[in-house]
Design a protein. Sequence first.
Length: 342
Amino acid sequence: MSERITTDVVIIGAGPVGLFAVFELGLLDLKCHLIDILDRPGGQCAELYPEKPIYDIPAYPVIGALELIDKLKEQIRPFGPTYHFGQQVEKVEKQEDGSFLIGTDAGVEFLAKVVVIAAGGGSFQPKRPPVPGIEAYEGTSVFYSVRQMEAFRDQEIVIVGGGDSALDWTLNLQPIAKRVTIVHRRDDFRGAPHSVEKMRELVASGELDLVIGQVSSLEGEGAALSAVVVKKNDGSTVAIPATRMMPFFGLTMKLGPIAGWGLNLHENLISVDTEKFETSEPGIFAIGDINTYPGKLKLILSGFHEAALMAQAAKKLIDPTKRLVFQYTTSSTSLQKKLGVQ
């Protein structure tokens, strides 16, 4: 028999926007359960770039992605959210009383009055380069993200790609690595101009290697990489000594089961209104990068705004007879009591 949990709100996705939604809903006395396919909160911030600096969070001139997640977890702790990690939501079924039955692939079922989809771009996975036998090295010598920079200290690293991720990690890891080589199929980079300029300065000073070509094969024993073989654009081949390789070929984003829930979609995004960020199905909301509307900006900041308005609408839907009085956390003693700061 499957486990069934009754709650006010189920949030699908525990990235920064999903976490902040707990705060806004908690201020209105709504209990939340969060479901995420990853094994921890944070979404892409935790999975893909935990140490990457973010510069557009209000009041933080710069904050690391994982630090932002830690701050959000601290902020919502008074509301006691319950996390369900390593699970994917497979079904969302509306019940006769207007509530929703949500089921995961782990056999857990939830009965909730409101569903909030905060799943970023859906489930995501890095694009694997077409290199024979690369699977044998993944997780040991080949990595698609950086969870701890220290794990790359004193390593010979080959970074493959020409976008922001490849350039960012080339510049971040170069000071601590034994040697870093960046490989790109052409001598033209898509990343931020200042990153490209800094990379070229390091190449010119001999502190970084740049190879123009494509990875053709890997050398090593078992899962231990020893060299990355690159076919250069002039037809020659070079074996670059390497103990770590990091391909940055982008992400494949998939809506997964969400695509079959009967919601209005536009180019694999969920259409919402801009008053409540409600989908075409009353009671199901979508916030963050998963939604679309005229003027949409894919910023964490925008997702926070969407979460605040969604929470107000969710409260009215769950408790339509109760008069909702807007309050400020700076002046409301009742809100401060909920936050434990009175």
